[in-house]
Design a protein around this ligand. Structure first.
Ligand SMILES: Cc1ncc(COP(=O)(O)O)c(C=O)c1O
Length: 245
């Protein structure tokens, strides 16, 4: 390797004095340091993840593969619409799938994470109630909820009131009936809950809230389980139709 004078090659304006106290280590030492640090992460490949195995933390490898495909990995939010038609088509298809799974009339893909979706939902609830003249004061949250739920309610300007679960880990519906006062804007619910339990009395819960002008918000973090139930129901119906034909 020829001996190069950096000052001469780059010009004095681009020559640094070095960073005081910065360790002078070789390339191989840096590689070994970061490789060793990377093995300190606990991951699904090393063992079981007993909680929060819901979505982002354990994305199937196939999702990573799809995210790296040309045309998806290289998309940029500022590129012109005519170059984004493939991604827009995928988004429209995803919207249709989610509408079918949830039974909702309309959808937004704007929120980029669970907690951001919660905030979007609660701000919609606040705007809806405000339009009726009173945004109300409280949001009810079961004790099995994820920590982002109360944080979101507070950021949306609400007080939080906790509901204890009954002995099977579901929402105590009698307690809910007592707690739904005209001050209550909504109940935030996760189904199946963070305990992994399906709430069995959703229609009754919705009816209690709606009767008092409050709304039911569902945190979609565990919705993969509902998608599975619907898909299972559909394939059972298809199989039954096939067998009876
Ligand atoms: C039930 C529930 N709600 C909300 C969230 C927050 O989602 P995010 O981390 O995507 O903001 C999580 C995250 O684990 C969750 O488990």
């Amino acid at each position: 390797m020829p001996n190069v004078d950096a000052g001469e090659a780059l010009g004095e304006n681009y020559r640094g004095e070095g960073v005081a106290g910065f360790p002078e280590v070789s390339e191989i030492e840096v590689i070994r340091h970061f490789t060793r640090l990377s093995t300190w992460n606990y991951a699904i490949d090393l063992g079981n993840v007993p909680a929060w195995f819901l979505h982002d933390e354990v994305q199937p490898r196939v999702n990573e593969f799809v995210a790296r495909l040309d045309g998806i990995a290289t998309e940029h939010p500022y590129q012109p619409q005519e170059l984004s038609q493939g991604c827009l088509k995928n988004s429209a298809l995803l919207e249709q799938c989610l509408l079918e799974i949830t039974g909702m009339d309309t959808i937004t893909l704007q929120p980029a994470a669970g907690a951001q979706g919660e905030l979007t939902g609660l701000l919609l609830i606040r705007a809806y109630l405000q339009k009726q003249g009173n945004p109300r004061k409280k949001v009810l949250i079961p004790d099995s909820a994820h920590g982002t739920n109360p944080a979101t309610a507070v950021i949306a300007g609400y007080e939080v009131e906790n509901i204890k679960s009954e002995s099977h880990g579901q929402i105590d519906v009698d307690k809910l009936r007592e707690l739904v006062t005209p001050d209550v804007a909504a109940l935030m619910i996760t189904n199946p809950s963070t305990l992994g339990i399906f709430e069995q009395r959703i229609p009754e819960i919705a009816q209690i809230l709606h009767a008092k002008g409050a709304l039911l918000y569902m945190d979609g973090a565990n919705m993969n389980a509902l998608a599975g139930r619907r898909a299972a129901g559909r394939s059972r119906r298809r199989r039954n139709a096939f067998e009876s034909a």
